[in-house]
Ligand binder design. Structure first.
Ligand SMILES: Cc1ncc(COP(=O)(O)O)c(C=O)c1O
Length: 449
C-alpha cells in the first residue's frame, strides 16, 4: 500500500487498479487517471480533478437527462432520508413507491398498469425474462421456455440479459454460462441500404420476418418471449426501420409470444415521448426501464407489464406469494422519492417537448459531419445520434479511443465504443451547446483521421 488512511491519494490508488472498474480498459486508465477522474458535476457539465469542464454528451451513461445537481432532487433526497430511509418491500409497502408506480403506469401505453421495481437495467431485464417464464407456466404453457434476443442487442450483464444480448465481446468470455434455449434475430442494420439515414430508415421493415424463421425452426409453442431495444443504444444507436417494430409485434401476437421492449435508454423522454413504444406506435407486453427514471441519482429499474400478464399471476391461494422474485432494494424509498421528483420536473419543464425541439437541431448539425472522409455512417433519432468512423488500418477501435481521449482535453466527455461515437445529450442542453458539441467533434475527428 502506498498510502495510509488519512493520507489518501486518489491518483495513486487509481494507478494501482485497487478499484477494478466496469467496462474499462483498466491499464489504460491506470496509466493516466487524472483526465478521467470526475470530482464535480453541475447542469450539463462535469468537472475533472484537473479542473477541466466537460460537456456531458451522453448524459452520464444515458441516465442524467435533467443534468446534474438539480436543487429539487437534492432537497427530495434529504427529506426522504430524514422521513423514511428504508422500508422492506417484501410484504410491506410505502407511499413513495406506490405513487411512482401509479405515475409510471399513467405514462405507459394503455393496458400497462403494473410495475415491478428492480435496481438496474440488468435486473429489470432478468425480471422480465422471469415474468415471461412464469406467465406461460401459469397458463399451463410451460413448454414455452425459449427467449429470442437480437444480434448487437444489449440487455445488461446478468446471466439472462447477457444470454439474450448480442454484443460478441460481452458474450464470448462467459459462453459457458449462457442460459439454455436462447436464439437471436439478425440485427436490423444494413448500411448499404440505410447509411446516413435521418431518423428511421425507410428500408428494412422486412428484416423483422427473421422472427418467422426462428418460429419455423423452434416452433412457436417453445418460445416464451422476444426482447429488443426499440433503438439499439449501447451498440451505437441502431434505429428501427419504418414498420419494423410493427412487424415484430404482429408476428409475436400471431404466435402467442410475449414482446418485451427494453427501454432502459429509450424510456422517459429520450425519444421525445414517454417511451419508445409511443414514439414508434407499438405496444409491447412488457417495458423494461432504468436510468432516467431517477436521473441516474439513485439506482432504480423496473418492468411495466400489461393487465393480462399481471392478472394471470393473480391466481392460487389468496395468502400465497404469486411471483417469488424481488430485490432487497426493490422500490427503495430514496429511489422512489427521486423518481417522483424527476417525473415532476420532466412534466413541469415539458422536457419531452424540449427533446422534440432539439431533435432536428441535433439531426441537422450531426449530419454536417458526413463530408469527413473518415466518417462511415451517421444515425439519429430522438435526442440520440451516433457516428461510425472507418477503422484505422489494422487497428480497430484506435480512432474511437483517440477521439475519446482528445475529447477530454477539448471539453467533451464522449462515449466511444470501438470506432463508434454515441450521443445522448441532456434534455436541458441548449441548441447552441449541441452545435458546439458537433463543431468540437469535427475537429477531434479531423485530428485523428
Ligand atoms: C437497453 C439496456 N438494457 C439494459 C442495460 C443494463 O442496465 P444496467 O447497467 O443499469 O444494469 C442497459 C445499460 O446501458 C441498456 O442500455
Amino acid at each position: 500500500m502506498s498510502h495510509a488512511t488519512g493520507n489518501f491519494d486518489p491518483m495513486a490508488t487509481a494507478r494501482e487498479g485497487t478499484y477494478w472498474q466496469p467496462f474499462t480498459a483498466s491499464r489504460r486508465l491506470s496509466a493516466n487517471p487524472a483526465p478521467r477522474t470526475m470530482v464535480g458535476a453541475e447542469g450539463a457539465y462535469y468537472k475533472t480533478i484537473e479542473g477541466k469542464r466537460l460537456f456531458d454528451t451522453l448524459s452520464g451513461l444515458w441516465c442524467t437527462p435533467l443534468g446534474h445537481a438539480h436543487p429539487l432532487i437534492a432537497e427530495a433526497v434529504k427529506t426522504q432520508v430524514e422521513t423514511l430511509d428504508f422500508a422492506p418491500s417484501f410484504q410491506l409497502t410505502h407511499p413513495g413507491a406506490l405513487q411512482l408506480a401509479q405515475r409510471i403506469t399513467s405514462m405507459a401505453p394503455d393496458g400497462m398498469n403494473h410495475v415491478f421495481f428492480a435496481n438496474s437495467g440488468s435486473e429489470a431485464v432478468d425480471t422480465a425474462l422471469k415474468v415471461a417464464l412464469g406467465y406461460h407456466r401459469t397458463r399451463a404453457e410451460g413448454n414455452r421456455f425459449r427467449m429470442i434476443g437480437r444480434e448487437r442487442g444489449y440487455h445488461g450483464v446478468g446471466f439472462g440479459g447477457m444470454s439474450v444480448g448480442g454484443i460478441v465481446s460481452n458474450r464470448k468470455m462467459f459462453a459457458a454460462g449462457m442460459i439454455p434455449g436462447v436464439d437471436h434475430l439478425r440485427h436490423p442494420y444494413v448500411p448499404e441500404q440505410m447509411a446516413f439515414s435521418r431518423g428511421q430508415p425507410a428500408w428494412g421493415a422486412d428484416l423483422a420476418d427473421d422472427l418467422e424463421r426462428l418460429v419455423a425452426l423452434h416452433d412457436a409453442s417453445t418460445i416464451a418471449a422476444v426482447i429488443v431495444e426499440p433503438v439499439q443504444g449501447s451498440t451505437g444507436v441502431l434505429v428501427p426501420p419504418v414498420g419494423y417494430l410493427q412487424r415484430l409485434r404482429e408476428i409475436c401476437t400471431r404466435h402467442g409470444i410475449l414482446l418485451i421492449f427494453d427501454e432502459v435508454i429509450t424510456g422517459f423522454g429520450r425519444m421525445g415521448a414517454a417511451f419508445g413504444a409511443q414514439r414508434f406506435g407499438v405496444t409491447p407486453d412488457m417495458i423494461c426501464f432504468a436510468k432516467a427514471v431517477t436521473n441516474g441519482i439513485v439506482p432504480m429499474g423496473g418492468v411495466i407489464v400489461t393487465d393480462a400478464i399481471y392478472n394471470t399471476f393473480m391466481t392460487g391461494p389468496e395468502n400465497a406469494i404469486e411471483f417469488c422474485h424481488g430485490y432487497t432494494y426493490s422500490g427503495h424509498p430514496l429511489a422512489a422519492a427521486v423518481g417522483n421528483v424527476v417525473l415532476d420536473v420532466m412534466e413541469r419543464e415539458d422536457l419531452f417537448a424540449q427533446v422534440r425541439a432539439l431533435e432536428p437541431v441535433l439531426e441537422e448539425s450531426i449530419h454536417t459531419l458526413s463530408d469527413l472522409p473518415v466518417v462511415a455512417d451517421i444515425r439519429n433519432i430522438g435526442l440520440t445520434a451516433a457516428i461510425d468512423l472507418k477503422p484505422a488500418e489494422g487497428k480497430p477501435g484506435a480512432r474511437g479511443l483517440a477521439v475519446f481521449e482528445a475529447g477530454l482535453q477539448q471539453g467533451q466527455l464522449l462515449r466511444c465504443t470501438a470506432d463508434t461515437i454515441s450521443f445522448g445529450p441532456p434534455f436541458i442542453s441548449t441548441a447552441q451547446e449541441l452545435r458546439d458539441m458537433v463543431a468540437t467533434v469535427r475537429n477531434l475527428i479531423s485530428a485523428v483521421a
